[in-house]
Design a protein. Structure first.
Length: 148
């Protein structure tokens, strides 16, 4: 039961992190932002981010007040964004021409190939933005701890 609770809480962190990463101002490029959300939010197993967080906690020690855990979640969400961007590109007619993903129409089926390509590219960009935030914050915390 303890392991199941661990996985449930980490999955909740990942889902909340992805929701936070995909919160957009809805005034511009509405269909692009919808396509990005639809590519990520319907879910999946989320093994990659879960593995990253688990390894992070294994290497740093499982502590309730781990200051860097939010940054590990940011990095884990970035990994998931990259994975989903790759899936959108893989589904394109010029690659694998898949019609469904997770029981739903693929992004290119619903929004067209141009929006699908842009959505996947934007997910890559968003992932690197997430990584930049986590690395910068982690460096600041590490330097403040080391130089005390």
């Amino acid at each position: 039961m303890l392991l199941q609770k661990y996985f449930e809480t980490r999955m909740q962190m990942i889902e909340e992190g992805l929701e936070l990463a995909l919160e957009f101002d809805k005034r511009h490029a509405v269909s692009l932002k919808e396509a990005m959300r639809k590519a990520v939010i319907p879910g999946g197993k989320r093994w990659r981010p879960l593995l990253l967080i688990s390894l992070f906690e294994m290497l740093t020690g499982l502590k309730k007040n781990n200051k860097l855990l939010p940054d590990a979640v940011f990095a884990a969400c970035a990994v998931e964004l990259i994975h989903n961007a790759a899936l959108v590109h893989d589904d394109l007619p010029s690659v694998m021409n898949r019609k469904e993903r997770r029981g739903q129409p693929t992004i290119h089926q619903e929004y067209g190939s141009a929006v699908a390509i842009l959505a996947a590219d934007a997910l890559y960009t968003l992932a690197f933005e997430q990584l930049g935030r986590s690395v910068t914050r982690a460096r600041q915390i590490w330097q403040s701890a080391v130089w005390r």
